[in-house]
Design a protein around this ligand. Structure first.
Ligand SMILES: NC(=O)c1ccc[n+]([C@@H]2O[C@H](COP(=O)([O-])OP(=O)(O)OC[C@H]3O[C@@H](n4cnc5c(N)ncnc54)[C@H](O)[C@@H]3O)[C@@H](O)[C@H]2O)c1
Length: 273
């Protein structure tokens, strides 16, 4: 899609980090925005930063199907169309696979996988029906390409988000749709991802284990040294213009993916630290 000005973008997880940067970049492109998040104060701040852009905000827990349906109803009802859908909201939790409780997986799967699936289910049929160009951007992660030690639960959800993105893109292509898909797979980005627990519902909180604390600290350090969210937003806008599917924030991940595939094909475990 070459022209973004005058079109409509939806961004989930828009109260912070990558979602806020996407919102501000789309606003600068002249788009109208529907911004969703569970963080009321952060959403209001993003809206204030968006300047003169037309901005609607909606408190939305993306793991809740009825909340995402309400978001879509408001968006199509008040803005008429949707051209860019960013299923971006996500949370991190680490720890060894065997120390994670059902509540840990339920929280991660709810936000990182169901959030994407609900977004697809509620928005894509209406985007197909409106019969215009459009683009769906699912925020995955390099964790959707490489399962590293101590972050298995997160990798499970991000591999699923990548599969959902690939399957959606294949279905749209097979049916001759005008819609395109990107799977955004950033490495470390300077956001609050290491502090994801701030939005965790109390009913899903578990006692921290030492391996989980180590993992959280290491992700926070990595994020601190990561690229700026605005660089990710620039990459996304270029990908929408150029209709690119897989978005990597550094060429080193392409080399690593090649090496991982070759190693797997020998029957061995990739050493990817
Ligand atoms: N920061 C990184 O290094 C990095 C790397 C790869 C991928 N990602 C992915 O980028 C996406 C954005 O994360 P970020 O890095 O900007 O982190 P962030 O914590 O700064 O922002 C995440 C946003 O999601 C919101 N959120 C959490 N649970 C929600 C829910 N149930 N419903 C709606 N919104 C919810 C939070 O309130 C927050 O505003 C996530 O999908 C994350 O997995 C981040």
């Amino acid at each position: 899609m070459r022209e973004l000005s005058g079109k409509v973008a939806v961004v989930t997880g828009a109260a912070s980090g990558i979602g806020r940067a996407l919102a501000l970049r789309f606003a600068a492109e002249g788009m109208a925005l529907m911004l969703a998040d569970v963080d009321h104060g952060g959403l209001a701040r993003t809206a204030a930063l968006a300047g003169d852009a037309k901005v609607l905000t909606q408190i939305t827990d993306v793991s809740d199907a009825s909340a995402v349906r309400h978001l879509a109803n408001r968006c199509f009802g008040e803005l008429g169309t949707v051209h860019v859908l960013c299923n971006n909201a996500g949370v991190f939790q680490g720890g060894h696979m065997w120390t994670r409780a059902a509540e840990d997986f339920a929280w991660l799967l709810g936000v990182n996988v169901w959030g994407v699936l609900h977004g697809i289910h509620e928005f894509v049929p209406r985007m197909i029906e409106q019969d215009t160009e459009g683009h769906i951007v699912n925020t995955v992660s390099v964790a959707g390409l490489f399962a590293t030690p101590g972050a298995g639960g997160y990798a499970v959800t991000k591999y699923a988000a990548l599969a959902a993105s690939l399957a959606l893109a294949q279905d749209l292509a097979a049916t001759g749709s005008k819609l395109r898909v990107s799977a955004l797979c950033p490495g470390a980005v300077r956001t609050r991802i290491g502090d994801s627990d701030r939005t965790r519902p109390p009913s899903m909180v578990t006692d921290p284990t030492p391996d989980e604390v180590d993992s959280r600290e290491s992700v926070s350090r990595a994020a601190e040294g990561g690229i700026e969210p605005s660089e990710v937003a620039d990459l996304v806008v270029t990908a929408i213009h150029e209709e690119r599917f897989l978005l990597l924030t550094d060429p080193k991940y392409a080399a690593r993916l090649r090496l991982q595939t070759e190693t797997l094909l020998t029957g061995h475990l990739p050493g990817i630290r």
